[in-house]
Write a protein that binds this ligand. Structure first.
Ligand SMILES: *Cc1c(COP(=O)(O)O)cnc(C)c1O
Length: 223
């Protein structure tokens, strides 16, 4: 199947209001151009250098989403153009993004990453840490970022019930967070959950942004 055919199949499965982030990490510009020509406009990358090189050489109406772990010393390279940062996992990182965003006079959309999987290695706030950070309230002074929702990665497992439970929990936490801290903020509306292997479950559990790579572009040699 071609990239365009894969995209069409996925678009057809996504309900109204669920957006597709085509995860193009480790794939060349030609693959992105093929997806672009089929109509895809949102692409996700997890390495700053790679995303910036692609941004510079590809059409300017692409929305670039950063979905990886962001190091503070690299924020400055993406703030001029990034559309959404999915992986904010500390107040400090949020404040740093704010600082660099102010320098280029932008307001940058961010998602708070929650650690929902069983694996130890994945980044993110615990539910308690996220709540504490929001309760502390300092983020309200950050004029150059906008918290637009939450992001999570389910466990890497065949146990669909476990994944369903993780997605359902983050969805409940999303609704509670919206009510407690963002009741008046229309911009707090995104729940970024679901990848190639689990996006159907994520959509059933309230995802608004699915991040799909291998099902569109084929297998990668790396992560
Ligand atoms: C690589 C990656 C994806 C896409 O994974 P696939 O299994 O290829 O769909 C989604 N989200 C994040 C954070 C990733 O790093």
């Amino acid at each position: 199947m071609s990239i365009a055919e894969n995209l069409k199949r996925i678009w057809a499965e996504l309900p109204e209001g669920v957006k597709l982030v085509a995860v193009s990490k480790f794939h060349p510009n030609e693959a992105i151009e093929e997806a672009y020509n089929a109509g895809q406009r949102i692409f996700g990358e997890n390495k700053v250098q790679e995303m910036t090189a692609k941004y510079e050489s590809l059409p300017k109406d692409i929305e670039w989403h950063f979905i990886g772990h962001l190091q503070t010393n690299k924020i400055k390279y993406i703030v001029p153009y990034v559309s959404l940062i999915h992986g904010i996992d500390s107040y400090r990182l949020l404040a740093e993004v704010n600082k660099y965003a102010a320098k280029v006079d932008r307001k940058i959309k961010c998602l708070l990453q929650i650690h929902i999987a069983q694996e130890e290695t994945k980044f993110g706030f615990s539910y308690d840490e996220c709540q504490e950070m929001l309760k502390a309230g300092e983020w309200k002074n950050l004029q150059n970022i906008e918290i637009c929702g939450l992001m999570g990665m389910g466990s890497n497992t065949d146990d669909e019930n476990l994944i369903k439970k993780e997605f359902s929990e983050i969805h409940n936490f999303f609704l509670k967070t919206k009510k407690d801290f963002f009741a008046d903020a229309d911009s707090f509306k995104e729940l970024s959950i679901g990848m190639s292997d689990d996006f159907e479950i994520a959509v059933a559990e309230g995802s608004t942004l699915v991040r799909i790579g291998s099902m569109i572009f084929g297998h990668r040699n790396y992560n």
